[in-house]
Structure formats: C-alpha cells, structure tokens
Ligand binder design. Structure first.
Ligand code: COA
Length: 307
C-alpha cells in the first residue's frame, strides 16, 4: 500500500500483493473484498492471514478513511472453508490447530470491533456461518435485497462457533437468533434489514452506489470524534450506568484533547456566534486547522488504484 504519485501508475515494487483479498482505493474509501469467488469466498487460513495484514496496514494508511468489507463476485462469503479450515486443520495437533485458526478470530471480531476507522459491510450475495462474525463486527451493514443469509452450522452438525453465536445475539433479538441458529433456514437481505442485522437492503444495482454514498457521509465527519463515538457505542454495552457516565465523560475529554480541528469549539462558534448552521439539521462547516488532515491529499495523489 505504498503511495503512488500517478493514479494510473503500476503498483510499486515494495507494495505488498495479496491474492485472497482484493483492495481498491476510491477517494478515501478502501474497498476490501474477500477474493475466492470460485469457492464463494469461503474463508480459508490463507485468506484470514492476508485479511489480518490488510486491515492492519489500512489502519495507518492515510488514503483510507472508511473500510468497506465485501466479496468478489456474487458472494459475500460462504463462511469458514469446510475443507481447509475444518477437515485439514482437524488432522493437526491441537496447538497447531489453534495457531492456524487464530488469524480468523483476530480479524473477524477483535480487530474489526476495535477498528479506529469506520467500517461498512456490503453484503452482495451468499452470507453463511462464519461470515456473520465480521458482518456484525463492522459498524454498519448494507445488503442487496436478494442476498442470502444463513446460520447453516446446524445443517452440517456443528454449533455456530468462532463467536458467530455471540455476534448474532448482539445484533438480532433473542427469538430471531434462536430461530435461525436452530433451524438453519435462510433469509434474504430484506428480512435481514427488518430484523436489524443490517441497516438497510437495496436492489443489487444500487448496492455499491448506496454504500459509497454512506461512506462519503462518514468521510465528511470529524474523524477523531467519529472514532471515539463508535468505540464508545460498543464499550458502553457492557457497563453500568454509573461507569458508562464516567467513561463517556473521559472519552469526550479525550476526543477534545486529540482533535486537531477542535470541532467542538468551532461548532459552538458557528451555531452561537455566527448563526451559520443548525446542528439538528446539518453538519458544521469543517475546514479549520487540521480539518480533513487525514484525507485532503487523497483525490490528488491517489484517486482510484488497486493494492
Ligand atoms: N467451504 C469450502 N468450500 C466451499 C464452501 C465452504 N464454506 N462454500 C462453497 N464452497 C466451494 C464448493 O465446495 C465448490 O467447490 P468446487 O467447485 O471445488 O466443488 C465451490 O465452492 C462452489 O460451491 P457450490 O456449492 O457449487 O456453489 P453454489 O452457488 O451452488 O452454492 C452455497 C453456494 C454457498 C449455497 C453452497 O456452496 C454452500 O452451502 N456452502 C457452504 C455454506 C456453509 O454452510 N457455510 C458455513 C460454514 S461455517
């Protein structure tokens, strides 16, 4: 992911190349796609290892302001690879199994749930089993109306592990979680939206434009405040009201201290002194010192390129 001066220039020698994960940059959006379309993007150890590295690099890549996780072709992901992640690893001694499986857990929930940049899952097709974990770990999710979801584990004799059960309990109500874990029935994107598993479902042809539109909204926000807000949403879930109150106070101070554009000060000025905007109806005008510091160079230097 090294910088290129010309957006059409070939990838420089020192840029890492990935096979099982495809990354494209598009004006601050990193489109990260699981890339095993012939296997319906089933996640094998090689894909998991690469994804961990990709997300790790994007975390500190100024060209990336928002990550969109999706799949190449007509699948989001058919879950864990039944051959390479289960049968093949089952043959190894237990310590080696744990070692080879670790990269899956690392990126699918540990890394994504604490990711410092906004993440959107774009569910473009099949989404089964293990794919629910990164789906839920992304901050937001948009699905194609005809995408097919399923907690298929029960159909082939296992429980939804890999924190899939934990993920669905976090994102679905108990009855729905119980129903789909126990029956293994499939449901479509419309149903996923109605259940709150994804934010919305759109016709397939609108999936990428709508996802892009949402990513652009996020790119327009103050990144320091956005990062703090999304981390806080997850963190307070497990806290008492007393602890959460104190935590949010401290987080708010942290954001003010770290914010290079001092958004809070300028927001108050623009509403109270200039009367130039209404925060209830629109975002403040950014552009003070430090505003867009992360991304102002992106369209000029990078535009659209592959990693
Ligand atoms: N693990 C390993 N391989 C998988 C896979 C998975 N989870 N899902 C699909 N594949 C492979 C198939 O074995 C097949 O490989 P082959 O071409 O070498 O025979 C290829 O991907 C295409 O799969 P196929 O079943 O022919 O595609 P389809 O479009 O008819 O059906 C699915 C797609 C997703 C409905 C079907 O592949 C399926 O049920 N996959 C398993 C889903 C699952 O239970 N995942 C949970 C894992 S925790």
């Amino acid at each position: 992911m090294a910088r290129t001066k010309n957006r059409n220039q070939a990838k420089p020698e020192d840029a890492p190349s990935y096979e099982k994960v495809r990354v494209e940059f598009d004006e601050g959006i990193a489109w990260v796609a699981m890339n095993r379309p012939d296997k319906r993007n089933a996640m094998n150890p090689a894909l998991n290892d690469e994804m961990l590295k990709v997300l790790d690099r994007l975390e500190v890549d100024d060209a990336c302001g928002v990550v969109v996780l999706t799949g190449v072709g007509d699948s989001f992901s058919a879950g864990m690879d039944l051959k390479e992640f289960f049968r093949d690893l089952d043959r190894l001694p237990y310590t080696q199994q744990v070692h080879k499986r670790r990269s899956a857990w690392q990126w699918q929930w540990r890394q994504l749930m604490a990711y410092p940049k906004p993440t959107i899952a774009m569910v473009n097709g099949w989404c089964f089993g293990g794919a629910f974990t990164p789906l839920v770990a992304c901050d937001l999710a948009i699905a194609a109306e005809d995408a097919v979801f399923g907690l298929s584990e029960i159909n082939w004799g296992i429980i939804p592990g890999g924190n899939v059960t934990r993920s669905v309990v976090a994102a679905m109500n108990l009855r729905d979680a119980m129903y789909y874990v126990m029956t293994g029935e499939t449901f479509d994107g419309r149903k996923a939206a109605a259940m709150g598993l994804v934010n919305e479902a759109v016709p397939k042809k609108r999936l990428r434009p709508r996802t892009r539109q949402l990513a652009k909204v996020l790119l327009g926000k103050n990144p320091t405040v956005l990062r703090t807000a999304k981390i806080a949403v997850r963190a307070v879930q497990g806290m008492s009201w007393e602890l959460s109150d104190d935590y949010l106070m401290a987080k708010g101070h942290q954001a003010r201290y770290l914010d290079p554009e001092q958004g809070r000060t300028h927001g108050l000025e623009q509403f109270l002194d200039e009367k130039s905007f209404k925060p209830g109806l629109a975002p403040m005008r950014r552009g003070g010192k430090g505003a867009n510091a992360d991304l102002e160079h992106v369209p000029k230097r990078l535009g659209r390129r592959k990693m």
